[in-house]
Write a protein that binds this ligand. Structure first.
Ligand SMILES: [Zn+2]
Length: 342
Protein backbone atom coordinates (compact mmCIF):
# COMPACT_ATOMS: atom_id res chain seq x y z
CA UNK A 1 0.00 0.00 0.00
CA UNK A 2 2.60 2.45 1.08
CA UNK A 3 4.68 3.75 -1.79
CA UNK A 4 7.85 5.37 -0.65
CA UNK A 5 9.59 7.74 -3.00
CA UNK A 6 12.13 10.40 -2.34
CA UNK A 7 10.72 13.89 -2.61
CA UNK A 8 12.49 17.20 -2.23
CA UNK A 9 11.50 19.85 0.27
CA UNK A 10 13.28 22.75 -1.27
CA UNK A 11 13.77 21.97 -4.91
CA UNK A 12 14.50 25.12 -6.80
CA UNK A 13 15.61 27.11 -3.77
CA UNK A 14 19.20 25.92 -3.92
CA UNK A 15 19.25 25.90 -0.14
CA UNK A 16 21.28 23.26 1.60
CA UNK A 17 19.64 21.32 4.37
CA UNK A 18 20.96 21.84 7.80
CA UNK A 19 21.71 18.38 9.07
CA UNK A 20 22.08 17.94 12.79
CA UNK A 21 24.13 15.27 14.44
CA UNK A 22 22.21 13.34 16.98
CA UNK A 23 23.30 11.07 19.74
CA UNK A 24 19.83 9.71 20.17
CA UNK A 25 18.31 9.12 16.81
CA UNK A 26 20.89 8.41 14.21
CA UNK A 27 21.39 4.71 14.72
CA UNK A 28 19.42 2.25 12.62
CA UNK A 29 17.47 -0.29 14.60
CA UNK A 30 19.29 -3.53 15.12
CA UNK A 31 16.24 -5.76 15.19
CA UNK A 32 14.44 -5.35 11.90
CA UNK A 33 12.48 -2.36 10.69
CA UNK A 34 12.04 0.78 12.70
CA UNK A 35 9.03 0.69 14.94
CA UNK A 36 8.40 4.27 13.69
CA UNK A 37 6.80 5.03 17.00
CA UNK A 38 7.74 8.64 16.46
CA UNK A 39 10.84 10.66 16.01
CA UNK A 40 11.83 10.14 19.61
CA UNK A 41 11.65 6.39 19.45
CA UNK A 42 14.27 4.90 21.75
CA UNK A 43 17.19 3.17 20.13
CA UNK A 44 16.69 -0.54 20.67
CA UNK A 45 19.19 -2.12 22.97
CA UNK A 46 21.10 1.12 23.42
CA UNK A 47 19.61 2.08 26.71
CA UNK A 48 18.43 -0.05 29.57
CA UNK A 49 14.70 0.15 30.03
CA UNK A 50 15.05 -1.80 33.22
CA UNK A 51 13.81 -5.13 31.92
CA UNK A 52 15.11 -7.13 28.99
CA UNK A 53 11.62 -8.07 27.88
CA UNK A 54 10.72 -4.41 27.65
CA UNK A 55 13.57 -3.76 25.24
CA UNK A 56 12.60 -6.65 23.03
CA UNK A 57 8.98 -5.53 22.99
CA UNK A 58 9.95 -2.00 22.04
CA UNK A 59 12.14 -3.29 19.22
CA UNK A 60 9.57 -5.69 17.88
CA UNK A 61 6.64 -3.29 17.90
CA UNK A 62 4.67 -3.01 14.68
CA UNK A 63 4.97 0.17 12.59
CA UNK A 64 2.92 3.07 13.88
CA UNK A 65 3.17 6.81 13.50
CA UNK A 66 2.54 9.61 15.93
CA UNK A 67 -1.16 9.68 16.79
CA UNK A 68 -1.16 6.48 14.63
CA UNK A 69 -2.43 7.05 11.15
CA UNK A 70 -5.99 6.58 12.33
CA UNK A 71 -5.72 9.52 14.73
CA UNK A 72 -4.47 11.84 11.99
CA UNK A 73 -7.16 10.66 9.58
CA UNK A 74 -9.88 11.29 12.17
CA UNK A 75 -8.57 14.82 12.83
CA UNK A 76 -8.55 15.62 9.11
CA UNK A 77 -12.04 14.21 8.55
CA UNK A 78 -13.43 16.30 11.41
CA UNK A 79 -11.69 19.40 10.06
CA UNK A 80 -12.98 18.77 6.55
CA UNK A 81 -16.56 18.87 7.84
CA UNK A 82 -16.01 22.32 9.31
CA UNK A 83 -14.25 23.90 6.33
CA UNK A 84 -16.01 26.66 4.47
CA UNK A 85 -16.99 25.29 1.03
CA UNK A 86 -14.61 27.58 -0.86
CA UNK A 87 -11.75 26.67 1.50
CA UNK A 88 -12.54 22.97 1.13
CA UNK A 89 -12.30 23.33 -2.66
CA UNK A 90 -8.99 25.17 -2.34
CA UNK A 91 -7.59 22.49 0.01
CA UNK A 92 -8.52 19.75 -2.47
CA UNK A 93 -6.98 21.65 -5.36
CA UNK A 94 -3.71 22.23 -3.50
CA UNK A 95 -3.46 18.60 -2.37
CA UNK A 96 -4.21 17.31 -5.88
CA UNK A 97 -0.81 18.74 -6.85
CA UNK A 98 1.00 16.34 -4.53
CA UNK A 99 2.93 13.94 -6.74
CA UNK A 100 5.16 12.57 -3.97
CA UNK A 101 3.38 9.21 -3.94
CA UNK A 102 3.94 9.03 -0.19
CA UNK A 103 0.24 8.70 0.60
CA UNK A 104 -2.27 6.28 -0.88
CA UNK A 105 -4.32 9.20 -2.27
CA UNK A 106 -4.35 12.98 -2.11
CA UNK A 107 -7.57 13.04 -0.05
CA UNK A 108 -7.26 15.22 3.02
CA UNK A 109 -7.34 12.32 5.51
CA UNK A 110 -4.49 10.54 3.73
CA UNK A 111 -2.48 13.72 3.31
CA UNK A 112 -2.70 14.24 7.09
CA UNK A 113 -0.24 11.33 7.40
CA UNK A 114 2.16 12.76 4.80
CA UNK A 115 4.52 14.50 7.24
CA UNK A 116 5.32 11.27 9.11
CA UNK A 117 5.84 9.45 5.82
CA UNK A 118 8.03 12.23 4.51
CA UNK A 119 10.14 12.18 7.70
CA UNK A 120 10.51 8.41 7.53
CA UNK A 121 11.06 8.19 3.76
CA UNK A 122 14.84 8.30 4.13
CA UNK A 123 15.13 7.31 7.77
CA UNK A 124 17.18 4.22 6.93
CA UNK A 125 19.16 5.80 4.12
CA UNK A 126 20.37 9.38 3.75
CA UNK A 127 18.30 10.72 6.69
CA UNK A 128 18.05 14.14 5.06
CA UNK A 129 14.31 14.57 5.45
CA UNK A 130 14.41 12.65 8.70
CA UNK A 131 16.95 14.90 10.39
CA UNK A 132 15.50 18.05 8.86
CA UNK A 133 11.95 17.53 10.13
CA UNK A 134 11.91 15.04 13.01
CA UNK A 135 11.93 17.63 15.81
CA UNK A 136 9.12 19.62 14.21
CA UNK A 137 6.56 17.00 15.32
CA UNK A 138 6.60 17.82 19.03
CA UNK A 139 7.51 20.27 21.77
CA UNK A 140 9.28 18.82 24.77
CA UNK A 141 7.76 20.86 27.61
CA UNK A 142 9.27 19.29 30.70
CA UNK A 143 7.06 18.18 33.58
CA UNK A 144 9.58 19.58 36.04
CA UNK A 145 9.65 23.03 34.41
CA UNK A 146 7.86 23.81 31.16
CA UNK A 147 9.72 26.45 29.20
CA UNK A 148 8.54 27.13 25.65
CA UNK A 149 11.73 28.90 24.59
CA UNK A 150 13.95 26.02 25.69
CA UNK A 151 11.59 23.41 24.27
CA UNK A 152 11.62 25.33 20.97
CA UNK A 153 15.42 25.49 20.73
CA UNK A 154 15.46 29.25 21.44
CA UNK A 155 12.62 29.85 18.96
CA UNK A 156 14.78 30.51 15.88
CA UNK A 157 13.35 33.02 13.42
CA UNK A 158 13.42 32.10 9.75
CA UNK A 159 16.19 33.97 8.03
CA UNK A 160 15.15 36.34 5.25
CA UNK A 161 14.17 34.56 2.09
CA UNK A 162 14.02 31.12 3.74
CA UNK A 163 10.76 29.22 3.39
CA UNK A 164 9.42 27.39 6.44
CA UNK A 165 9.96 23.95 4.92
CA UNK A 166 13.69 24.76 4.71
CA UNK A 167 13.88 26.25 8.20
CA UNK A 168 16.24 25.04 10.92
CA UNK A 169 15.95 21.41 11.99
CA UNK A 170 16.14 22.60 15.58
CA UNK A 171 12.64 23.94 15.95
CA UNK A 172 9.40 22.84 17.56
CA UNK A 173 5.87 22.13 16.45
CA UNK A 174 4.55 25.45 17.81
CA UNK A 175 6.85 27.56 15.64
CA UNK A 176 6.26 25.38 12.60
CA UNK A 177 2.46 25.69 12.91
CA UNK A 178 2.81 29.48 13.08
CA UNK A 179 5.24 29.62 10.15
CA UNK A 180 3.24 27.31 7.88
CA UNK A 181 -0.04 29.11 8.76
CA UNK A 182 1.51 32.44 7.73
CA UNK A 183 2.75 30.94 4.46
CA UNK A 184 -0.64 29.48 3.66
CA UNK A 185 -2.30 32.84 4.28
CA UNK A 186 0.15 34.71 2.08
CA UNK A 187 -0.95 34.88 -1.55
CA UNK A 188 2.68 35.50 -2.54
CA UNK A 189 3.82 32.04 -1.31
CA UNK A 190 4.97 29.88 -4.21
CA UNK A 191 2.65 26.99 -5.01
CA UNK A 192 5.05 24.20 -4.01
CA UNK A 193 5.71 25.79 -0.62
CA UNK A 194 2.00 26.41 -0.14
CA UNK A 195 1.31 22.72 -0.67
CA UNK A 196 4.03 21.74 1.81
CA UNK A 197 2.66 24.26 4.32
CA UNK A 198 -0.77 22.67 4.04
CA UNK A 199 0.60 19.12 4.30
CA UNK A 200 2.61 19.96 7.43
CA UNK A 201 -0.33 21.79 9.03
CA UNK A 202 -2.74 18.91 8.40
CA UNK A 203 -0.40 16.74 10.43
CA UNK A 204 1.12 19.04 13.04
CA UNK A 205 -2.16 20.39 14.41
CA UNK A 206 -3.04 16.76 15.09
CA UNK A 207 0.32 15.94 16.71
CA UNK A 208 0.09 19.02 18.89
CA UNK A 209 -2.98 17.54 20.60
CA UNK A 210 -1.37 14.19 21.44
CA UNK A 211 -0.48 14.75 25.11
CA UNK A 212 2.94 13.14 24.78
CA UNK A 213 3.85 15.40 21.85
CA UNK A 214 3.65 18.45 24.11
CA UNK A 215 5.25 17.10 27.28
CA UNK A 216 8.27 15.21 28.47
CA UNK A 217 9.44 13.57 31.66
CA UNK A 218 13.02 13.12 30.46
CA UNK A 219 11.71 9.94 28.87
CA UNK A 220 11.46 11.02 25.21
CA UNK A 221 7.80 11.79 25.51
CA UNK A 222 6.91 8.49 27.19
CA UNK A 223 8.99 6.37 24.82
CA UNK A 224 11.17 5.11 27.68
CA UNK A 225 8.27 4.01 29.85
CA UNK A 226 6.82 0.59 29.16
CA UNK A 227 3.18 -0.01 30.01
CA UNK A 228 0.62 -2.77 29.83
CA UNK A 229 -3.10 -2.92 30.46
CA UNK A 230 -5.83 -5.54 30.50
CA UNK A 231 -6.38 -6.88 26.99
CA UNK A 232 -3.55 -4.82 25.44
CA UNK A 233 -0.05 -5.92 24.48
CA UNK A 234 2.76 -4.26 26.40
CA UNK A 235 4.31 -1.31 24.61
CA UNK A 236 5.59 2.18 25.37
CA UNK A 237 3.41 4.77 27.07
CA UNK A 238 3.89 6.90 23.96
CA UNK A 239 2.55 4.16 21.70
CA UNK A 240 -0.48 3.68 23.93
CA UNK A 241 -1.38 7.37 23.48
CA UNK A 242 -0.59 7.33 19.74
CA UNK A 243 -2.52 4.21 18.87
CA UNK A 244 -4.15 2.10 21.59
CA UNK A 245 -6.49 4.69 23.09
CA UNK A 246 -7.50 5.89 19.60
CA UNK A 247 -8.38 2.33 18.60
CA UNK A 248 -10.62 2.01 21.64
CA UNK A 249 -12.86 4.61 19.96
CA UNK A 250 -13.27 2.27 16.98
CA UNK A 251 -11.00 1.12 14.19
CA UNK A 252 -12.77 2.71 11.23
CA UNK A 253 -11.61 6.32 10.93
CA UNK A 254 -14.72 7.46 9.07
CA UNK A 255 -17.14 6.18 11.67
CA UNK A 256 -14.98 7.44 14.54
CA UNK A 257 -14.91 10.88 12.89
CA UNK A 258 -18.70 10.84 12.39
CA UNK A 259 -19.22 9.85 16.00
CA UNK A 260 -17.00 12.69 17.22
CA UNK A 261 -18.49 15.28 14.85
CA UNK A 262 -21.98 14.39 16.10
CA UNK A 263 -21.00 15.15 19.68
CA UNK A 264 -19.19 18.47 19.08
CA UNK A 265 -21.46 21.34 20.16
CA UNK A 266 -21.56 24.81 18.61
CA UNK A 267 -20.29 26.23 21.90
CA UNK A 268 -17.29 23.87 21.89
CA UNK A 269 -16.50 24.77 18.28
CA UNK A 270 -16.51 28.46 19.07
CA UNK A 271 -14.49 28.03 22.25
CA UNK A 272 -11.89 25.60 20.86
CA UNK A 273 -11.24 27.71 17.78
CA UNK A 274 -9.80 30.56 19.85
CA UNK A 275 -6.17 30.82 20.98
CA UNK A 276 -2.75 30.44 19.40
CA UNK A 277 -0.62 27.41 18.62
CA UNK A 278 1.37 28.13 21.81
CA UNK A 279 -1.86 28.23 23.86
CA UNK A 280 -2.94 24.90 22.39
CA UNK A 281 0.43 23.30 23.14
CA UNK A 282 0.31 24.58 26.74
CA UNK A 283 -3.21 23.23 27.11
CA UNK A 284 -2.08 19.82 25.81
CA UNK A 285 0.84 19.98 28.23
CA UNK A 286 -1.49 20.50 31.22
CA UNK A 287 -3.66 17.63 30.06
CA UNK A 288 -0.61 15.43 29.87
CA UNK A 289 0.53 16.51 33.31
CA UNK A 290 -2.89 15.73 34.79
CA UNK A 291 -3.70 12.59 32.83
CA UNK A 292 -1.04 10.88 30.67
CA UNK A 293 1.69 11.25 33.29
CA UNK A 294 -0.40 12.44 36.25
CA UNK A 295 -2.50 9.31 36.54
CA UNK A 296 0.27 6.78 36.04
CA UNK A 297 0.43 4.28 38.90
CA UNK A 298 3.68 3.60 40.73
CA UNK A 299 6.03 1.51 38.61
CA UNK A 300 5.62 -2.20 39.27
CA UNK A 301 9.17 -2.85 38.06
CA UNK A 302 11.78 -0.35 36.84
CA UNK A 303 10.21 1.72 34.03
CA UNK A 304 7.19 -0.57 33.76
CA UNK A 305 3.68 0.51 34.66
CA UNK A 306 0.57 -1.62 34.81
CA UNK A 307 -2.32 0.65 33.79
CA UNK A 308 -5.63 0.24 35.60
CA UNK A 309 -8.97 0.05 33.79
CA UNK A 310 -9.69 3.51 35.19
CA UNK A 311 -6.52 4.92 33.57
CA UNK A 312 -7.48 3.39 30.22
CA UNK A 313 -11.04 4.77 30.43
CA UNK A 314 -9.80 8.24 31.34
CA UNK A 315 -7.16 8.20 28.57
CA UNK A 316 -9.76 7.15 26.00
CA UNK A 317 -12.02 10.02 27.05
CA UNK A 318 -9.11 12.49 26.84
CA UNK A 319 -8.12 11.12 23.42
CA UNK A 320 -11.66 11.56 22.15
CA UNK A 321 -11.68 15.19 23.22
CA UNK A 322 -8.17 15.92 21.93
CA UNK A 323 -8.99 14.52 18.48
CA UNK A 324 -12.19 16.60 18.41
CA UNK A 325 -10.36 19.78 19.42
CA UNK A 326 -7.61 19.16 16.90
CA UNK A 327 -10.17 18.75 14.10
CA UNK A 328 -12.00 21.94 15.03
CA UNK A 329 -8.75 23.89 15.33
CA UNK A 330 -7.35 22.56 12.08
CA UNK A 331 -10.50 23.76 10.32
CA UNK A 332 -10.22 27.15 12.02
CA UNK A 333 -6.57 27.54 10.95
CA UNK A 334 -7.35 26.59 7.34
CA UNK A 335 -10.49 28.72 7.17
CA UNK A 336 -8.55 31.72 8.44
CA UNK A 337 -5.49 31.19 6.27
CA UNK A 338 -7.15 30.27 3.00
CA UNK A 339 -10.06 32.70 3.17
CA UNK A 340 -7.45 35.45 2.80
CA UNK A 341 -5.73 33.96 -0.20
CA UNK A 342 -8.66 32.55 -2.17
ZN1 LIG B 1 4.06 13.31 13.51
Amino acid sequence: MERIKRVGLSSGTGREYRVEDSLLFDQPFANGPDPLLKSRTPRCGARALGAAFAVSLACGAPPANAWGEEGHEVVALIAERFLEPAVDAKVRAILAEDTSGLTSSTQVDQEATWADRFRDSDRNTSKIHYKQTRDWHFVDLELDGADMTTACFGRPALSRGTVASSGPADDCIVDKVDEFSAELANAATRSEERRLALQFLLHFIGDMHQPLHASDDHDRGGNLKMVSARGMAANTLHHYWDVEFVERLGTNETSVAEQLIASITATQRAQWATGTAADWAMETYSISKDHAYGRLPAADSPNHYRLSDAYVEDATRVTREQLSKAGVRLAAVLNRALAKSL
